[in-house]
Design a protein around this ligand. Sequence first.
Ligand SMILES: [Zn+2]
Ligand SMILES: [Zn+2]
Length: 329
Amino acid sequence: MGGCDGESTNICVRFFINVVRWLPVVFVAAIVGWAYYAYVYQLTILTVESLPIQILYLVVFHILLILFIASYYQTIFAQLPKPPPEFYLTRECIEELNESNEDSQHTEILQRFVHLQGLQIRTRAFEGGVRYCHKCKCIKPDRSHHCSICSQCVRKFDHHCPWVNTCVSFHNYKFFILFLGYGFSLCLWGALTDLPYFIQFWQNNNMNRVVFGQFNVVFLFFVSSMFCLSLGCLFFYHLLLTGRNRTTLESFRPPLFTHGPDKRAYDMGISRNYRQVFGSKPILWLLPIYSSHGNGIDFASRLESIEATRLLDCTDEDDDDEEFFNRIV
Ligand SMILES: [Zn+2]
Ligand SMILES: [Zn+2]
């Protein structure tokens, strides 16, 4: 009986946590729903008098709104894949880890596992060993981190965002940037087109006879300006991060390598960095359709290119030596 009660309490708690986690998304949906009513009905249909301006307002607003909602939906419901199966420790390996008491033994066991599985790992933990997730019992792929809210290791983890109720990571990063960009554009459009009617309201000194419709038009300006500012800051910050190929986490805590921390490790130049997130086809860049490059496990690194250049230099030198030798002969 007791166990059963415990189980149902657990289910209740999990259900309650799930409901709470969706509240910010419900809040965003409610704001969008109200803004639609205020913009389309109260502002465009009831307040704006010219038909061509009404059509212009409605067309631009609906295009931005559809792109915004599609990007938001894709950000929330994009898959959140775990690391591939070969990154998970075998049962024997976990038992061996549990039996060993010393850190040096732990490091050795994990390094042996990485070697046997042939895992391509460059980043290191603080103590210099392989990065291991004690909760998932897996080796963390480069740029992956454990999210305690999603209860899993997440590929190219950026941050956990309560407004989308999921992790912003490799598989939804493009959608997240588009969501911020279209949200910013929509709010900017709303604020700018509402501005003349907002000014008109205060000039007419209508303070004493605020009717419901006018209240919506005035409030719409405040809400769209406020969201325009906050979404704009986030949007341009993430554009900057994308240009440098850095996650939010990496911008605060650079990834560690055997040679130490290197915040520019994945910076392959602005064009390649953007193509990693947005893909190679320009037609898809602004559409909420998946087009990112890679698998979220292996990442091109600047360190590789430096090494390749060094190797090329060596080969050139060898060629020179060969030429010199041939000339002598
Ligand atoms: Zn984990
Ligand atoms: Zn998360």
